[in-house]
Design a protein around this ligand. Structure first.
Ligand code: BMA
Length: 881
């Protein structure tokens, strides 16, 4: 990794007795950028991209504003050249070897130094280096990177592949995107997606520099702890990828001092790039503190020191973190169920994965700052998530992403970057993918957070269920290509490079069963095997019977609109209605805007204000209510299914909804808006992912309450139900079940009663006039987990639901800001919004069943009572119709 420094740096990593030296010259900073006919010439920051440079220099406006994605299509149709001039010291020029290193080039480029082409690039996900010592000179050296239009390149590659189609040729029109992205090794969603714009970037998206050395240079160090069950012994497999000038004999010392472990190995570095591996025995394995997923323990790390000596002289020295944890993906027969289990065991303990799917946080990766990453990942953990899937249509994330996941205990399901398409298998394509996979696995395998590699997103399903109308006579060709790419190449490389975690070929997949069926199962969505993706926008999401009782739900979700404060900066007043061109333009999923209203309309009255702006903002609100409630229903179904097999299906051990974050300001499945603001769904996730959770649902007019526990310890719990009339803040009645044992890591039914009997025993309630809240209590009365609620009818049919006239008062005390609400009546989906004041509430979108309720506001930037009060709006369901 090239350090992000602007000016010339010369770091003497190790220079002992004048024997060995290594210098690093960063070429990051201000370059010049030129389009193909020279009409646009401007300074450009490296790392960066053309779009960012054009915006920074005022050549274009904010690409995210209104329809600018369409207006700026020309940028990716042009070719662009980055140029920089630099000088090198005399010392650098006399070193044995000088490499020009690109940590990331986006994407197709020819690199030349002082007028001589030194190499070419064709893959955004690779690091490239070129030998340049012979080209360096005194005075100015000129480095050029000539980038080809990714659109023209992809089209050209498509044209050259004439023997058969590699579908899809183009995205659906509604995505307003570009064609043939599967022909270029680049972020697949950069040509548009069903939640994202088309910004096919070009640029030097990671660092550039020169590395000069006399003996060797360390390219990558990785460490993978392995546990031997029979000997209860930890070892750490350390790999050093080095670039050596000549055959070098020496010694390597590895040590983890905190564990009194140190070993020295004789070694030989061959000339060129090669990998040397060593296994360090941890002498005090019993003292090792394990890395645990969030919610299951801490994330302790140790320091691994690596030192290389040649003739007693230190020639390399590096330190990295090492974390100890084991992971298994368990696929084995289950009693009472056809098929196989599918769950993760971390450090021997079965863990239910709770979380969502991660997409690129911006179209322009140079805007994904450490603060953006930290904020999003903190929000994931704050919502009680313990896992994220880095989805295969984006990018392998930056190192910091995985560092933070390590620190926070977020398990990462890491896809390789292939999504929703068939891919070519020409030699040069396979070769560049092979190098990409080797590099990414070596880069990421030291991270305990990464618990699984997965070959692609939905490509097994696309083939199996024929998304692309492939004639059956041609199917074998596509299956062959599929197996060539993901099995014979990617899987093989991963298994050679990393013995410490499982590999799945696709998601969704039937896993071991797909393998039995020749890697493409007849139905990769089979709930008896592997993971599933499930979407239905037309079926009633309140009906849990519509959800697949899967072993592992790795994708499911519903769209919603972001809030007004997120849309406002990229729109103008004429855009602010649900049928405006803007609202239409931003929706990239066919019929998406209609689907949201249809789903919301099943249970809620739709906004009908005569004030157009209020009607628009109320509509944004109702889509968020719908989404939050739908994903809640589905997630609670998966969580309560962890211990059951019903009709041969169940033992669900994962719920990762689609999707955590957004790439721009648009309707999508995300629970966090572009910019970091939590949607109602994210607040709901905080509850439905709680370690202990009461889940209520009806089966044939019988109400059941399950206690779900992810804790390690056993509990004894009872359900406490409180019934409220919509008209009254005083409860109608309270019911308590008997105490029941709830084993750690299980879901148990602890309450069961026909709704009619429940209501008959509770005042004058009917399904239409009352609503139910419930919670879990331990023997002494202490509450475990959040309070949940169950609607006995659709809120649109609720009788007696009144406009609550909620008033709010913002206050500040030494612990921060709080908002105290006062309500005249029961109010569902009470939503506090402080516009663009970044931060989050302790609770939001809740059912208010008390006259007063105080929530705190955690401000992410300085603010004041006055500013918060002026921005605060409070909306509840009855306010929108
Ligand atoms: C799945 C994902 C994404 C997509 C999402 C919503 O197909 O893998 O490709 O954005 O559903 O449609």
């Amino acid at each position: 990794m090239i350090p992000p420094v602007d000016s010339f740096v010369c770091v003497l990593l190790c220079l002992f007795y004048g024997v060995s030296s290594e210098e690093l010259l960063s070429l990051n900073g201000k370059w010049r950028l030129l389009n193909s006919n020279g009409s646009v010439s401007l300074p450009a920051q490296v790392p960066g991209c053309v779009h960012s440079a054009l915006q920074q220099q005022g050549v274009i406006l904010d690409p995210y504003f209104r329809f600018n994605d369409a207006s700026y299509r020309w940028i990716a149709l042009d070719n662009w050249t980055y140029t920089t001039t630099f000088t090198v010291s005399a010392e650098l020029r006399v070193t044995q070897q000088v490499r020009l290193i690109f940590d990331g080039v986006d994407t197709v480029a020819s690199v030349s130094l002082n007028g001589v082409v030194v190499g070419e690039t064709d893959n955004m996900f690779r690091r490239y280096d070129f030998s340049v010592r012979h080209l360096l000179k005194d005075g100015d050296n000129v480095l050029n990177v000539a980038l080809l239009s990714p659109l023209l390149y992809a089209t050209e590659r498509r044209r050259a592949h004439s023997s058969y189609r590699v579908p899809p040729e183009c995205p659906p029109d509604v995505q307003k995107g570009e064609c043939h992205v599967n022909f270029i090794r680049k972020e697949q969603s950069s040509f548009s997606w069903d939640w994202g714009p088309s910004f096919p970037t070009l640029g030097l998206w990671k660092g550039v520099g020169l590395e000069a050395f006399d003996a060797l240079r360390l390219i990558q160090v990785s460490s993978v702890p392995l546990y031997n069950l029979s000997s209860s012994q930890w070892t750490v497999r350390v790999e050093l990828l080095v670039d050596a000038v000549q055959t070098t004999d020496g010694r390597v010392t590895l040590s983890v001092q905190e564990l009194d472990s140190e070993q020295t190995f004789p070694t030989r570095f061959q000339p060129g790039k090669n990998k040397n591996s060593f296994t360090l025995l941890i002498s005090t394995s019993s003292r090792v503190k394990l890395w645990w997923p969030s919610g299951h323990g801490d994330q302790p790390s140790y320091h691994l020191t690596v030192r290389g000596f040649q003739d007693g002289v230190l020639v390399l020295s590096t330190e990295s973190k090492v974390y100890f944890r084991s992971v298994e993906l368990v696929q084995e027969p289950l009693p009472g169920s056809p098929g196989l289990s599918f769950y993760f065991r971390i450090n021997g303990k079965p863990i239910f994965l709770k979380g969502s799917n991660w997409i690129p946080a911006h179209s322009f990766q140079d805007r994904v700052t450490p603060a953006v990453l930290r904020n999003l990942l903190q929000s994931a953990v704050d919502a009680n998530m313990n896992a994220l899937r880095v989805w295969g249509g984006g990018v392998y994330e930056q190192d910091l992403f995985y560092d933070i996941c390590d620190e926070m205990g977020i398990m990462v399901w890491q896809d390789f970057m292939f999504a929703c398409a068939m891919y070519p298998t020409e030699d040069d394509f396979i070769q560049t993918v092979r190098e990409e996979v080797v590099q990414q696995v070596q880069r990421l395998k030291s991270h305990p957070s990464v618990i699984i590699w997965s070959g692609n997103n939905e490509n097994e399903a696309a083939l199996a269920t024929d998304w692309f109308d492939i004639p059956s006579s041609q199917r074998p060709t596509y299956v062959k290509d599929y197996v060539t790419l993901y099995v014979n190449n990617i899987r093989k490389i991963v298994q050679e490079e990393d013995h410490s975690r499982p590999f799945l070929v696709s998601s969704p997949t039937n896993g071991a069963e797909s393998e039995q069926e020749g890697w493409v199962a007849a139905n990769p969505y089979d709930p008896h095997y592997g993971d599933t993706h499930f979407y239905s926008y037309t079926l009633d999401c309140w009906d849990w019977r519509t959800f697949p009782r899967t072993r592992f739900a790795s994708e499911y979700g519903f769209q919603s609109w972001p809030s007004f404060s997120t849309l406002q900066p990229v729109s103008v007043p004429e855009d602010w209605s649900y049928d405006s061109n803007f609202t239409f333009h931003r929706q990239h999923h066919a019929d998406g805007n209609q689907q949201m209203l249809l789903q919301a309309g099943l249970h809620f009255n739709l906004p009908n204000s005569t004030d157009p702006l209020k009607r628009f903002t109320d509509t944004l609100y109702i889509t968020q209510v719908m989404q939050a409630q739908c994903v809640k229903a589905q997630t609670e179904f998966y969580r309560r299914s962890r211990s059951e097999i019903i009709e041969g299906k169940g033992q669900t051990m994962g719920a990762l909804y689609w999707q955590l974050n957004d790439i721009w300001q648009a309707p999508s499945w995300s629970s966090i808006e572009f910019g970091g603001k939590w949607k109602m769904l994210h607040y709901f996730a905080q509850s439905f992912f709680a370690a202990v959770l009461p889940v209520g649902f009806e089966d044939d007019d019988t109400l059941l309450i399950y206690a779900v526990s992810d804790l390690s310890r056993d509990l004894k719990l009872r359900a406490v139900l409180t019934v409220y009339s919509w008209t009254d803040l005083d409860p109608v009645c309270t019911l308590r079940s008997d105490l029941q044992p709830v084993t750690g890591g299980s879901a148990v039914a602890i309450y069961k009663q026909p709704v009619a009997a429940l209501l008959a025993g509770c005042g004058h309630c009917t399904r239409l006039t009352c609503v139910l809240t419930f919670r879990l209590e331990e023997e002494g009365g202490s509450q475990q987990g959040p309070t949940n609620h169950h609607f006995l009818c659709s809120p649109r049919e609720a009788r007696g639901l009144q406009t609550p006239n909620i008033t709010a008062k913002v206050q500040e005390d030494p612990t921060g800001f709080s908002v105290t609400l006062h309500s005249a009546s029961v109010a569902p989906f009470v939503w506090l919004d402080v516009g663009d004041i970044a931060g989050c509430f302790s609770s939001n979108g809740f059912l208010m069943v008390s006259e007063n309720r105080t929530v705190s506001f955690n401000a992410w930037r300085p603010t004041s009572v006055a500013e918060l009060s002026a921005s605060l709006t409070v909306t509840s369901l009855r306010d929108v119709y």
